[in-house]
Design a protein around this ligand. Structure first.
Ligand SMILES: Cc1cc2nc3c(=O)[nH]c(=O)nc-3n(C[C@H](O)[C@H](O)[C@H](O)COP(=O)(O)OP(=O)(O)OC[C@H]3O[C@@H](n4cnc5c(N)ncnc54)[C@H](O)[C@@H]3O)c2cc1C
Length: 456
């Protein structure tokens, strides 16, 4: 690669202001806020159109320069750190909301549209609709989140956000633009089928297959009223059945669990946080009654909390998005683990034991996905970003947790490179073979976010 020529070509494609190899610009693109070790990027580029994305990929493919697509860069697990150097493609300039279809309930957006932007746009222009967004900072992108099987306040009822994608426009390493989903056949980006569904290939592949330039995301009716009913449980073994029973009734919009040793009064309990929605106060009241009864029957109890706390939990995105800097040095990263419900007690034990072993205050939580089909459990480890030893300690705790999660039958979510290797080790050999064949076919020069999903 001739660095000067590559920079000149990038500048010719996007303009001088939007391509750089200056160290002060690259610094921020060589790391993320999680515990991963930084790796130097060689270039950053910010395209404005699909055409520019095509030109950049053609250049990268010709010069065999790695290319890493980036949305908000906030997964925390290092997924946009350029493991093998190369070009970080920051998608934030492609930030147009192209269409909102009220009747068929989808939004067609460019890949750089953020969750805060879409939420604000809908609140102002389509107040009856709500988007599937995570409880992450509002600068994360709709694409980045949906493309990693993200989850949020609609996921218990409707599934993870990967399932919310109706259609994609992608650029593959050959530089061609592909439309996937109903948009390949119709002007309406309203569904994934009924044609062979390739969209799944792009979800949780962490930018290793192609670059998404547009996506259609499902929208949902916004209920008039929303409230929260807290429960408290001392015995983790009763949780799988209790949670499953709650999902049977269809009263819950969103179900979260919280398990933390700090503040002291939280230690030893699982907090069950159920969001209910409705059109009338009467409907909410009925749901409150049903839940209180279920808590009692499930060896747990209803908990009344001050209104001030309720209000914090009712914000969108929820309070977790602001909790990033809760400790000196501000760092945290979590193993997100997709697990079947029966593993809840085991994973609480694993997370608590590993935290204590590493001298970290146990901080665990979960969100139900798809009405009881799975739980996304997060086991969070805090660290001081200014202390390399503390970061190493957190990395070790994360790695041990990934291993333990896989051993009991769960699957780490948005796993960092080391976690991906653990998953690959356990993966059915033919699944692995298929993944390798697809990657080799679509990306023969291995330019797409190399180092990730690196099938040996
Ligand atoms: C405080 C906090 C709270 C959080 N809470 C939640 C939560 O409730 N739910 C949740 O799901 N997540 C949560 N997260 C995790 C994460 O921030 C979100 O999932 C976020 O939406 C990821 O989006 P992003 O734009 O930052 O993605 P990025 O980190 O930019 O990208 C994610 C992956 O997708 C790839 N990618 C991005 N854009 C493209 C593209 N255009 N084409 C191809 N590949 C692409 C990247 O290469 C990378 O592999 C939280 C994070 C924090 C810091």
């Amino acid at each position: 690669m001739n660095e000067k020529n590559v920079l000149k070509e990038l500048e010719d494609i996007v303009g001088k202001d939007f391509a750089s190899n200056r160290s002060e610009d690259l610094y921020i693109y060589s790391q993320d806020p999680g515990a991963s070790v930084p790796r130097p990027a060689d270039f950053v580029v910010m395209p404005n159109t699909p055409k520019e994305v095509q030109e950049i990929i053609k250049l990268a493919n010709r010069e065999k320069v790695p290319i890493v697509p980036m949305g908000g860069g906030l997964t925390l697990s290092g997924l946009v750190i350029p493991v093998k150097g190369g070009i970080v493609m920051d998608m934030k300039r492609m930030n147009k909301i192209l269409e909102v279809n009220e009747l068929s309930r989808f939004a067609l957006v460019e890949a750089g549209v953020t969750s805060g932007q879409l939420l604000a746009y809908l609140n102002e222009n389509h107040p009856r609709l709500q988007p599937p967004i995570p409880d992450a900072p509002p600068s994360v992108t709709i694409a980045g989140n949906a493309l990693i099987h993200g989850s949020g306040y609609l996921s218990q009822k409707f599934g993870d956000h990967g399932a919310m994608i109706n259609g994609l426009e992608v650029v593959l390493p050959d530089g061609e633009l592909y439309k996937l989903g109903s948009c390949a056949v119709s002007d309406y980006w309203f569904t994934r089928g009924p044609i062979p569904d390739f969209i799944g290939l792009f979800i949780s592949s962490f930018g290793t297959i192609g670059i998404i330039t547009k996506l259609s995301i499902k929208l949902f009716p916004k209920p008039k009223m929303r409230d929260i009913v807290f429960g408290l449980c001392k015995e983790p073994n009763v949780l799988p059945e209790l949670i499953s029973n709650i999902t049977f009734t269809d009263v819950a919009e969103d179900i979260l669990l919280g398990i933390q040793d700090k503040p002291d009064w939280m230690k030893g309990y699982t907090f069950i946080i159920v969001y209910i929605t409705g059109e009338t106060e009467e409907e909410l009241n009925n749901k409150r009654k049903i839940l209180k009864k279920m808590y009692r029957k499930g060896k747990s109890r209803y908990m009344k909390v001050p209104k001030r706390i309720e209000d914090i939990f009712l914000e969108k995105p929820q309070f977790a998005a602001k909790a990033a800097d809760f400790r000196k040095g501000g760092g945290f990263e979590y193993v997100g683990a997709f697990i079947p419900l029966q593993l809840i007690p085991e994973i609480i034990q694993i997370g608590t034991d590993i935290s204590l072993k590493h001298g970290i205050v146990p901080t665990l939580g979960a969100r139900l996905i798809g009405q009881g089909h799975a739980a996304m459990f997060f086991i969070s480890y805090s660290f001081n970003r200014a202390d390399p030893k503390d970061m190493k300690n957190a990395r070790e705790a994360l790695h041990e947790t990934n291993k333990a999660v896989l051993e009991i039958g769960g699957i780490p979510w948005k796993a960092e490179v080391a976690g991906q290797q653990l998953i690959l080790e356990k993966m059915d050999p033919n699944y692995k073979k298929l993944l390798k064949s697809i990657k080799n076919l679509l990306d023969p020069n291995g330019i797409m976010n190399p180092g990730n999903w690196d099938v040996k």
